[in-house]
Design a protein around this ligand. Structure first.
Ligand SMILES: [Zn+2]
Length: 348
């Protein structure tokens, strides 16, 4: 057994983190610490107990237990090994023809900037089509073929084949870094989009670039998936940047329903709930435009709204009237209609 093998057998990645006295966070089944390589304060470095590896989702630094020790102590791997070897153990240096086969410790890479995955997203979408199941799902909800084409909306029927295709085509580091793949609790990699789903490319406002991908799932327990370990990006309508007022919607189906209903493209869809923080970020991004919140007229929407100071809220009653409805409409169970309900029922 070599020195490296001896250390790796004796000290797992979790034990190494404890030995280093790291401030460990356990959240959503993940074990994370702040990464010293990128002056991280958001716990982007994830430890994987199953594979005894680590990976920083901010600067992409990665490695095993010994690399972790080097990273946090600033010592070279050689010094790290000397320090980590238990006293009294004599390791014979490799000799003979097998010497070169000894495992080599990769040096910790220098600081890297956040990588740009827009090209990867573009290729994924370009190589993907809308399937009949995806088209049926959207058409049934009033989303037209013209919009499917306009936003390059695609779908996956077979998530396994989708994952295999990505793995055959792209380096795992890129798939992990982009958030299309992630590590499971036991250290295995998997595709973040693992249900049959519609895939929405989020186009940048300024030029044809895809900044993000999200799904609406056609099966499975979760309604939608986002990319993992990365900040979600908005889904803007074509005219969002050049309009005096921008409607902010929760969810892309709602936003697309708005476009079908009104023919207008002055919207931004957010994946998930609008928080005071995300609303502030939007205000900073669009200082000269009026932002109108189009939260669903239900309790969750009202609750979210109550936490956001000084904002304009969509006039749902007026909106319903414009579409020919007498006041706000509700489902039999009392839940208020969302934009897609108005679209479906207006057409019906
Ligand atoms: Zn880092």
């Amino acid at each position: 057994m070599t020195a490296i093998e001896k250390i790796k057998t004796d000290i797992g990645i979790m034990a190494m983190a404890q030995k280093l006295g790291l401030d460990i966070d356990h959240r959503n089944g993940k074990v994370t610490v702040n990464c010293p390589n990128c002056d991280d304060t958001g716990k982007h470095l994830t430890l994987y107990e199953g594979s005894n590896r680590f990976y920083c989702f901010k600067c992409q630094v990665k490695g095993d237990q010994i690399d972790l020790y080097s990273l946090f102590t600033g010592n070279s791997p050689k010094t790290a090994i000397a320090e980590l070897l238990p006293a009294g153990i004599h390791i014979t240096p490799p000799t003979g023809q097998n010497a070169h086969k000894q495992p080599v410790i990769k040096p910790v890479p220098a600081k890297t900037t956040l990588q740009d995955y827009t090209g990867l997203f573009y290729e994924v979408i370009a190589n993907q089509d809308i399937t009949q199941a995806g088209r049926d799902y959207l058409n049934k909800r009033g989303i037209t073929d013209a919009l499917i084409l306009k936003y390059s909306i695609t779908s996956i029927d077979d998530p396994k084949a989708f994952a295999n295709k990505l793995q055959a085509k792209y380096p795992l580091d890129d798939l992990l870094g982009s958030g299309l793949f992630d590590y499971s609790k036991n250290g295995k990699t998997y595709c973040s989009f693992f249900y049959p789903a519609i895939i929405f490319p989020h186009w940048a406002m300024d030029y044809p670039r895809i900044t993000y991908l999200s799904t609406r799932n056609l099966a499975g327990e979760a309604k939608s998936f986002k990319l993992h370990n990365t900040h979600s990006q908005p889904f803007p309508g074509n005219e969002a940047q050049h309009s005096k007022q921008i409607f902010i919607f929760e969810g892309i189906i709602n936003a697309l329903s708005y476009e079908v209903l009104t023919g207008k493209e002055n919207f931004i869809a957010i994946c998930g709930l609008i928080t005071p923080e995300s609303f502030d970020a939007l205000k900073l991004k669009f200082p000269n435009q009026k932002l109108i919140l189009g939260l669903d007229p239900d309790d969750a929407g009202k609750q979210a709204l109550s936490r956001i100071e000084s904002c304009t809220y969509i006039n749902w009653t007026g909106f319903a009237a414009e579409l020919g409805f007498k006041g706000l409409q509700h489902h039999p169970n009392g839940k208020a209609w969302d934009l897609n309900d108005y679209l479906i029922n207006k057409r019906g």
